[in-house]
Design a binder for this molecule. Structure first.
Ligand code: AMP
Ligand code: MG
Length: 442
């Protein structure tokens, strides 16, 4: 093993430390926290999907703002309908959006879902349990009960039935969304329900991404002998976009030290984080480590996990002019080049960095314990993340080729089995399943 050139900044850590994934995640979170984003902006609630809230959202009002009906039917005083077959005159008609008059005792109000229950009424009888009589109950032809006819109740209502209470969803003064929450579609709906038309959010993380490798060619171009198409560029860019980042894509960087150093300098200017793929092993063609050491600081890790062993974490200095404005350095994560390794280490490790930078809890999603519909008799001594899919019986099927170069597995799979080091799996065993839907864009 060639030891990397020592640097004052990387000296406290042993070169090429082997870490457990948990240790690595803890160090990533700890190392990212000083780079936490502080700038906030106000955005329209329309545009806030996926953003991280920078301030609590409090409600100034009760939701719903008044008692209202959850059924089409008749609003009554329950005490006026003491027996099935009771007939009452209909005294008014209240569609949603209209505020009715106080209910005249001994009468019923025709009412439609979402309309406020009139003062004096305490129950709604759904129209399926009523028989309108005389003049059509739905037609407004004049004043008074005669215009609306009568209604026969086939049931005896209980006080409170089909009435949605004022404030039963949200009470005035309540915090409905807490600072630090990632805004899901339903969170946007809740914010809107309390009248929030704009939201205070953290600015998006700015992330530069580039791929290294002289063998890489862009799709759309002819494939020269010895070349492969650059898939990581698309996967990583997509993962960053899905995580709500502003992506600055620097394309493909040649396998040369000077070109790599130059790309790092450009990437550090104006970005919070630099993510790269490839070139982090110890081969002669792997230039990222020396380039980052020359331009900043680096911790070079072997994480005891499969896929995705080598990972480089550090930071790249910014040019002086920039440094004053945006902090002195951009964080750096170098991912392995193999497409599945790159994908898996992103969702586990880069996501942790991005979450820590945004003040979100950096832990992995909670695993589900599910049964394996496969055997895994020869486990690796490292912690493995196996590409699996949930079948109709609720058990996990294994993709047959678990090689770190086989990207098909990551598309076929809907989750990863998080398998402890050295643990064989037999069909029927309970295993820890992490859904990709929770890992991607967490
Ligand atoms: P490296 O980490 O640079 O040694 O690359 C490991 C493996 O991943 C090699 O087979 C590379 O050809 C492949 N690889 C590296 N970068 C990419 C990329 N952007 N897209 C697809 N495969 C890649
Ligand atoms: Mg390479």
């Amino acid at each position: 093993m060639n030891a990397p050139a020592s640097s004052a900044l990387s000296a406290p850590r042993t070169p090429r430390a082997t870490l457990s994934l948990d240790e690595a995640l803890a160090r990533l979170a700890e190392g990212s926290a000083p780079h936490a984003l502080t700038a906030t902006e106000s955005v329209s609630t329309f545009e806030a999907l996926g953003r991280v809230l920078a301030a609590d959202v409090r409600s100034a009002l009760d939701v719903p703002p008044a008692d209202n009906t959850s059924m089409d039917g008749y609003a009554v005083r329950a005490a006026d309908v003491v027996a099935a077959g009771t007939v009452l005159p209909v005294s008014q008609r209240i569609p949603a959006g209209v505020v009715g008059a106080p209910l005249v005792p001994g009468t019923a109000a025709r009412i439609f879902t979402g309309a406020q229950v009139p003062p004096g009424a305490d129950a709604v009888v759904m129209q399926e349990q009523c028989e309108p009589m005389g003049a059509d109950a739905g037609t407004v032809t004049g004043d008074g009960a005669a215009a609306f006819g009568h209604v026969r109740f086939l049931v005896v209502p209980a006080a409170g039935q089909w009435v949605r209470r004022r404030g039963e969803d949200v009470r005035a003064g309540a915090t409905v969304l807490a600072r630090g929450a990632r805004l899901t579609p339903q969170a946007l709906g809740l914010a809107a329900s309390v009248g929030a038309g704009t939201l205070q959010v953290l600015r998006r993380p700015r992330v530069a991404v580039f791929s290294t490798g002289d063998e890489l060619v862009m799709p759309g171009e002819p494939l020269k002998p010895g070349a492969i198409y650059n898939s990581n560029r698309f996967t990583l860019r997509g993962l960053l976009q899905a995580a709500g980042c502003e992506v600055n894509d620097l394309g493909i960087v040649p396998d040369r030290l000077d070109a790599t150093r130059d790309a790092l300098r450009r990437a550090a200017a104006g970005n919070d984080l630099i993510v790269t793929s490839g070139g982090v092993s110890v081969g002669e063609e792997d230039h990222l480590r020396p380039a980052v050491l020359a331009e900043g600081r680096l911790e070079n890790w072997q994480i005891a996990m499969k896929p995705g062993k080598p990972l480089a974490f550090g930071a790249v200095r910014r040019a002086r002019a920039d440094a004053a404005a945006a902090g002195g350095e951009a964080l750096f994560v170098g991912l392995p080049g193999n497409p599945v390794s790159s994908f898996v280490t992103f969702v586990l490790c880069v996501s942790t960095v991005l979450r820590a930078m945004q003040g979100l809890a950096p832990n992995l999603p909670r695993p589900l314990l599910l049964r394996a519909a496969f055997d895994w008799p020869r486990p690796d001594k490292r912690r493995e993340f196996l590409r699996v899919r949930l079948n109709a019986a609720g058990e996990l099927e294994l993709f047959d080729n678990q090689s770190s170069g086989v990207l098909t597995s990551a598309v076929w799979a809907d989750g990863l089995v998080d398998n402890p080091p050295g643990q064989a799996i037999a069909r029927g065993d309970a295993v820890r399943y992490l859904p990709l839907s929770e890992l991607v864009a967490r």
